[in-house]
Design a protein around this ligand. Structure first.
Ligand SMILES: [Zn+2]
Length: 324
């Protein structure tokens, strides 16, 4: 190699290094665009989509853990989020009947209409509980089509994840392998966690629970707990003082282990009943963000079963020590 070609070669190496640095800087500074835009109605579905979609999804939840998912205002900001969505993930079974149809009409996004892969209702993929013999909404019953709070059983999450990943693969086939890998990884960790929770709730079997709203049918079924009363006469119907007084009379002679309500609910009636019956009342997170330390689906059930175990088992200890 003569002097001239050596100089040229040096220049070429310098040029390649320069281009390399330039391209990497450009890639780092470019925003990462998500492949699927997802609109979820509740935080539990946002968390699930994040688990299955990793960095290929951008997810929004219409509600927080401190909001009542039965009653949401159809704000313009929600409509604009819905307009840009490729996939809608909600609980279904009428949970969102008071606000979702209106939002869908206003957004008029053909990706997320009934029968399209982008329209996903979680409750359609599990066995529904609380199905009434006759549908009757005349008295304002918000669970007239069956209990919509399906996420409170961790076993349902597995079924919903399996159905949901199919939709994500249909919407973004180029990343199908990625979504499947994310899901397999999630389901392996989930299976382990469910095994742990099953063991934990064995100690609670048969515990008698009073619920404020029928939020927990699936949770009680998973943990084999017994619902002995509800503070609401019917789901979604305001608590009446007559019903509260009848509960005080009922639990003067009958026992219950704990009164539970969701973080988003007003605890006044539960506290009132606790004062008059001596039955401990506790707040459960219900969903992600319900309490500060609940940041994903795993911590949701960790915290729920920890709180339930503390309440029920301590109650039993107190009762047995007072019997001695
Ligand atoms: Zn409800």
């Amino acid at each position: 190699m003569n002097f001239q070609s050596k100089r040229l070669n040096k220049r070429f190496v310098f040029f390649r290094v320069f281009v390399g640095i330039f391209v990497s800087t450009l890639l780092i500074s470019l925003p990462v665009f998500a492949n699927i835009n997802v609109f979820t109605c509740e935080p539990e579905w946002k968390s699930l989509v994040q688990e299955l979609g990793g960095d290929k999804v951008k997810v929004f939840s219409a509600t927080t853990g401190l909001q009542d998912p039965h009653q949401v205002q159809a704000r313009p900001s929600l409509i604009s989020k819905m307009r840009n969505a490729d996939l809608l993930v909600c609980s279904g079974t009428d949970l969102e009947i008071g606000w979702l149809p209106l939002l869908l009409r206003r957004a008029s996004n053909s990706n997320i209409v009934v029968n399209k892969p982008g329209y996903f209702l979680a409750a359609e993929h599990v066995r529904l509980l609380g199905l009434p013999k006759v549908i009757d909404r005349s008295q304002g019953d918000v669970h007239a089509a069956g209990n919509p709070h399906v996420h409170t059983d961790p076993k349902n999450i597995r079924l919903i994840a399996k159905a949901l990943v199919k939709r994500m693969k249909m919407i973004d086939p180029a990343n199908a392998d990625y979504y499947q890998q994310q899901t397999d990884n999630f389901l392996t960790r989930w299976k382990k966690a469910v095994k742990k929770w099953k063991k934990q709730v064995k100690l609670l079997k048969g515990a008698k629970i009073i619920v404020q709203h029928a939020s927990w049918d699936y949770l009680l079924n998973f943990a084999k707990l017994e619902q002995v009363a509800t503070i609401e006469n019917k789901p979604g119907i305001p608590v009446s003082s007559g019903h509260l007084h009848s509960l005080v009379r009922q639990f003067k002679h009958n026992s219950a282990d704990v009164i539970i309500h969701a973080a988003y609910q007003n605890e006044r009636s539960s506290t009132w009943l606790q004062k008059r019956t001596g039955i401990k009342s506790i707040t459960l997170p219900f969903t992600i963000g319900g309490t500060e330390n609940v940041t994903d689906l795993f911590s949701l059930y960790d915290e729920t079963f920890r709180l339930l175990s503390d309440a029920v088992l301590t109650e039993n200890i107190n009762q047995s020590s007072s019997n001695n």
